[in-house]
Design a protein around this ligand. Sequence first.
Ligand SMILES: N[C@@H](CCC(=O)N[C@@H](CS)C(=O)NCC(=O)O)C(=O)O
Ligand SMILES: [Fe+2]
Length: 374
Amino acid sequence: MKPIQLFDPASSTYTYVLFDQLSREAVIIDPVDEQLERDLATLQEYGLKLVWTVETHAHADHITSAGRLAELAGARTAAPLGCGIGTAGVQLQHGDTLKFGAEVLQALHTPGHTAGSMSFLWREHVFTGDTLLINGCGRTDFQSGDAKDLYRSLTQVLFALPEATTVWPGHDYQGRSFSTIGQEKAGNARIAGKTEAEFVTIMDSLQLPKPRRIDEAVPANLSSGLRQDADGVLQMLPSPAVGAHQGSYAGDVSPELAWQWVQAGEAVLVDVRTDAEREWVGFVPGAVPVAWKQWPGMAMNPEFDRQVREAAAGKKLVLLCRSGVRSIAAAKRATELGLEAYNILEGFEGDPDSNAQRGHKGGWRRRGLSWRQN
Ligand SMILES: N[C@@H](CCC(=O)N[C@@H](CS)C(=O)NCC(=O)O)C(=O)O
Ligand SMILES: [Fe+2]
């Protein structure tokens, strides 16, 4: 069985999709933001359910689509512990495994290109990120790179694998697509037959230009490619047409129905906006404030979990945010916690544009269901 290898020409990045043939559960390694549509189409074409997005490191040359894939395809996010990607739901350590169907992907800590960098082993395939490239290796001159660490990762971790292991690199700048451990051990120009000192000299004299997008890419990749607004709230996409949300929470309810339930004592209204938003935009009487600052698949937020459980007190939950996007994510998380959670459509404000087009007042406030506290 072989991985699906996909290429992003702008950054010369390889993205890999691996899947279990029976269950169709899939993993994507190093997905690229600009290739989101292609990757979703690939998953659809092969009939796959994406269960994991995985990063080999926090990239300097492109932005990951991991956060967007988590939101759109329902995948969980994983990244090496040492990379500082705090939004990843699973922080991988050396030897950790990710399961997809009956298949297993194993993490190998291979520092050097960056301190946290990892390679991933699946059957007789190794995905080396920027640790080992074909007849090359990742540079070590930025982002906690270290040539001595890279020497050890190459010679002691990757070259310890069986020689027939196929090497699938994170990049290739010359159109090559894969190699083997045996070939790289014997002929890689930077490392084959070199002492540590020789390797360090080679790496120190490369004088490569800085990646064009490094200043934009590294910070974005530390939050799985999702941008943050002024409040530090991760921006999510509007509900996608692919219907990935269906079935993952109890349902969508109109503001009127939600309010009826609340007044009848059947449901608790949880307002997932931030304190700043509530101050500025307006309060909902009786709502329990529990700010949402995560999305499904990212690192756990025990505070949100604890507060939302406490708020529910055995009742249904109806979740409100500003425009009806974050409340979906929060409803999904509450559902994972075993609660009966509904999303309130159109949020507090509604979507002014679409409401204007449809000629009706949308949102909680526009329907007069709350007022500003003074
Ligand atoms: N020219 C590329 C950067 C290429 C680059 O520096 N690639 C890194 C991987 S992120 C590397 O380690 N390259 C090793 C090499 O070129 O030998 C850009 O501007 O984005
Ligand atoms: Fe890199």
